[in-house]
Ligand binder design. Structure first.
Ligand SMILES: [Zn+2]
Length: 300
């Protein structure tokens, strides 16, 4: 071979080697890229699987949350229903004593059915010597609160008056209680005395010898005892016990067990101030209602 031929052959060989080497490098790079692509695709798939898993978890949590909310609603509903105390099947007639000064009740009526003795249809009542609050306001205030408390305890109630201008006599009030189908008749009053030291509460009931309502004595006495004891225990008023009265028109015309609660003396400073204190009033009302509960619980 000539020298020039040798050189050409050498160059060709070199070019061939270089080209081959280049091809090998390119092939390797392509392979690496392919592998990376495959890895990335696998990673993307993994992430999508992860996302699907998380989405499922969110769905499960949302479902759980919904169930918890439903459960809570179910639990709250019976609690609300629990607030509705079952009906006691008893009706209480409440008589807020007296009425406002615009009503003239000075006409007379018989003290009892068939009685020759006549008394004013209703009197004007006493007044707070220290608070100046008239008895007819205190009696309606307490009667309204008592009505609410008794309703809460499952009783039916009826008030003989709901304002200060209703003209209704003592005998009419008693008959109204019976006409309303009440089981007991609770008359709400407060006491007064010339003696400012006179204090305490009492209930008044007919005696067994009462010519009009002697037959109501036993049950009235039981009611009077339950109410005065529970009342004084609840509010701390001095307990002057159950007392027998046969000259009260509103008692003598009653057809139901009947009591007058004299809640305290409006002419005594301590009693008068106490009876206008809203917190004290709550205890007064609770005590009366407790007494009524006890009366019925004893089988009356
Ligand atoms: Zn009175």
């Amino acid at each position: 071979m000539k020298t020039s031929q040798k050189i050409l052959a050498g160059i060709c060989t070199c070019l061939f080697v270089a080209a081959t080497a280049g091809c090998v490098v390119t092939a390797q790079r392509l392979q690496t890229e392919r592998k990376e692509k495959q890895r990335a695709e696998a990673k993307a798939e993994d992430l999508q699987t992860e996302i699907r898993k998380l989405e499922k978890e969110i769905e499960t949590l949302q479902e759980e949350q919904k169930q918890i909310a439903q459960e809570k609603e179910k639990q709250e509903k019976p609690a609300e229903m629990g607030k509705e105390v079952p009906a006691k099947g008893k009706k209480i007639a409440i008589d807020p004593g007296h009425q406002g000064p615009n009503v003239d009740m000075s006409d007379l009526e018989p003290m009892g059915p068939g009685s020759q003795e006549m008394k004013a249809k209703a009197s004007s009542g006493t007044q707070g010597r220290y608070t100046n609050v008239p008895e007819y306001e205190l009696t309606l205030n307490i009667s309204r609160q008592l009505q609410e408390e008794l309703k809460k305890r499952g009783y039916e109630t009826v008030l003989t008056r709901e304002d200060h201008d209703t003209a209704i006599s003592n005998s009419e009030r008693a008959l109204m209680a019976a006409d309303a189908g009440a089981d007991i008749y609770v008359r709400i009053h407060a006491n007064g005395s010339e003696d400012p030291s006179a204090n305490g509460a009492m209930t008044m009931v007919p005696s067994a010898e009462n010519p009009f309502v002697g037959a109501l004595h036993t049950q009235s006495y039981a009611l009077g005892a339950c109410v005065i004891n529970a009342y004084c225990q609840a509010c701390g008023m001095e307990n002057d016990g159950v007392q027998l009265y046969d000259n009260m028109t509103g008692i003598n015309w009653s057809k139901l067990p009947v009591i007058i609660l004299e809640m305290g003396y409006m002419t005594n400073e301590q009693d008068d101030v106490n009876m206008q204190n809203p917190d004290y009033q709550k205890n007064m009302v609770k005590g009366i209602a407790d007494g009524i509960d006890q009366y019925f619980a004893a089988g009356n």
